[in-house]
Design a protein around this ligand. Sequence first.
Ligand code: ADP
Ligand code: MG
Ligand code: MG
Length: 211
Amino acid sequence: KTYLTIDQVKELFLYMGQKVIESKPLLTSIDSAIGDGDHGIGMEVGFKKAAEILQNNNLTTVNSIFLETGKAMISNMGGASGILFGTLFVASVKDKPIIHKLNLELLASFIQSGLEGVKARGKAELGDKTMIDALEPAVKALHQALEENEDLINALKKASEKAQDGMENTKNLIAKFGRAKSLGERAIGHQDAGATTISIMFEAIYTFVNE
Ligand code: ADP
Ligand code: MG
Ligand code: MG
């Protein structure tokens, strides 16, 4: 595959949501260790609402799939992650040309804008023990793959690996944002919940496109 059609993007979002929802117990236990335990619940609410909207509306552009998913998260999830994961999808398509096929170049450009949106909104940078620690390395991997003329599958494989490495690395970090911030050194050894969700999302994207 070199690109995904609208229907495939829709299926991809449903699949990604399903994978995150299946990980609810893991996300709950991670957020319970260094947060308030609601991250898995929030992500489930967001992706369920998004799935309803994707299934019940005839969305005819790739842009609207991103936008409606983000809006569903912002209006239904609550918590820091409602705004931040919602912003990831909304900012991905802000001021972008309308597209009907999603290739590697467009995906990299969308998620780059999404990353910038999350950073502008939440002020966290790489190393602050947040979702950024998985997201930024994954976005970088997409751009690098693009420069090296890799195909979509290999690009997604690398992005997924980098997101996972970034997630693992959050165990070594002290939190500068979110609820874990107050724990200081005690957060060391625990991975970040939002970074875990990002890693699950990228793994799902790779798996979906690879099948
Ligand atoms: P809450 O902390 O409100 O309970 P969640 O538990 O759903 O929200 O989400 C927590 C996750 O949100 C964290 O694990 C972290 O990845 C992410 N997060 C929190 N604050 C920020 C921020 N300022 N920038 C980026 N991500 C953040
Ligand atoms: Mg929480
Ligand atoms: Mg909360």
